[in-house]
Design a protein around this ligand. Sequence first.
Ligand SMILES: Cc1cc2nc3c(=O)[nH]c(=O)nc-3n(C[C@H](O)[C@H](O)[C@H](O)COP(=O)(O)OP(=O)(O)OC[C@H]3O[C@@H](n4cnc5c(N)ncnc54)[C@H](O)[C@@H]3O)c2cc1C
Length: 300
Amino acid sequence: MKESLSIGSLLNEGRPLKSVEFFPPKDDAAGERMLKAAAEIKRLEPDFVSITYGAGGSTRGTSLKYARLLQEEFGFRVMPHLTCVGHSKVELGEIIDEFYEAGFRNIMALRGDPPKGETNFRPHPDGLSYANELVIHIKELHDDISIGVAGYPEIHPEAPSPADDINNLVRKVKAGATFITTQLFFDNNAYFKFVDDCRNAGIMIPVIPGILPVLSLAQVRRFCDMCQAKLPEGLENSLKAAGDDASLAQNAGIDWAHEQVRNLLGNGAPGFHLYILNRARAIRQLTERLVDEGLIASSA
Ligand SMILES: Cc1cc2nc3c(=O)[nH]c(=O)nc-3n(C[C@H](O)[C@H](O)[C@H](O)COP(=O)(O)OP(=O)(O)OC[C@H]3O[C@@H](n4cnc5c(N)ncnc54)[C@H](O)[C@@H]3O)c2cc1C
């Protein structure tokens, strides 16, 4: 068992971090594809990788299995996600201990979404209601874990107002969060305004922008609908121009993500977190371009 260094200490180094997000595969075939992508991504040396946690605790075993594989077979610094959905406080404590014993020193602490088919989040009767309570729980059990929390440049869909949402973030930071990773967004102005709002509210921890290199117009519309992210006209037009050509659409998505990352790093973002949907292509192309532009160091 190898202890993974904390992302908090990496962020203190002050260089831009690159990270990617995996999700637990549904079956062995998808698992093989994910591990193939992981092997390719390894060559690009991301500073850390994260692995999401499925609804209702449904991926408890799979998340841990793949988090271990990513750490032990590929040597990644892994940040497993954890949500409050469907777990009692005691069960959450057991999972946090499992992560710790496996050597993870970074956890993304989330409330989670309601399970499929349900519209309102209902906490487990003996569970936790909000992410800030999970942050407190992790800190009580293992004070040396670096904790990421979610931030919403375009406001969490359930938040009554932007100010309420920022107040919630303040609660998560006061509870002990080390850094914030944002929900995906396609308009960098939303990120810069969000960081200003955080700073004005006294939130001084790093805010890592979450970027999705989109694959198609249908996909981006679905995501925008789900996360209430604005779809900029320029991105929509280039995806429309790609028509039914999947490869052209993917290139348009990578071009947009590249412009976003270039602008973010040029304006002081502490790195970028890519929602790669278990594929290696986008991060490979982005990394190559950013290295060529001197925005990040070569991993070779
Ligand atoms: C980077 C990132 C990673 C994610 N990874 C996963 C994952 O792995 N698995 C998964 O299922 N989902 C994941 N999600 C989605 C996330 O679980 C949902 O967005 C969820 O609806 C909110 O989670 P949260 O941790 O932000 O909740 P919270 O911070 O608890 O906030 C939830 C809502 O409650 C409000 N609120 C919080 N505290 C209070 C309070 N005390 N009183 C009143 N209102 C309050 C907030 O303003 C917000 O509207 C991720 C999201 C992001 C941005």
